[in-house]
Design a protein. Sequence first.
Length: 251
Amino acid sequence: MDRIFVWLMRLILSLAVIGALFFAFSWYVLSRSLPDYTKTVQFEQLIAPVEIVRDTANVPHIFGKNDHDTLFALGYAHAQDRLWQMTMLRRTAQGRLSELFGEATLPIDMTVRRLAIYSAARQSLSALRPDTLAKLDAYALGVNARLLEINNGALGRGAPEFFLFSNAISPWTAADSLAIIKLMGIQLSSHLQQEVLRARASLILDDDRIKDLLPDMPGNNQAEIIDFTRLFPEIPPNRATAEAPHSALSP
């Protein structure tokens, strides 16, 4: 009986030690992917010194002497905090989520590829002004500087989530930023469907019932509307509003 108790204690202690070592190793590996907000780094792409100051909520505040350095630092800070989100948004815009998640995301990839979001982003580059393109390139340089820092410094994968996947992270480009903007534009367009639903509901429900089912946004719900009529002084006042009911009822 005593021997059984001794061996049982040895087994429990061995499991505890193994568990503690495994936890310590996992914490070390995962923590290496977390950014160090207090260090000073040097990058040859910078023109002048730039400072990223974070408040108590770790929100970055960037102080630079020119647009290039400021946007470089913005890309670097985004890659510090949101590298996983950025790469997932890029994969979504490219229609490549299924490379990671399999058939579950295949419908999303098929829809996005039909919309050709990433191709449209690449085509948009040629229509940008040189100064706008330079800003996008500066931002991309900041993101890639963080990626290079991660790879050269063996800082994990840049975010703990990347340990679940073996896929390499491609360098960031100006087209990636434009593609995400176009993707978010499509995502935000769902507001139109909500407005149509609210308009239909208003035909059969009273205001109190509509606010119960479709609550208003908090605040005064008032937006400042620009008086666009000032841009067209040759149009008589109230002409559009006077003709609107008539045109709306016309077949």
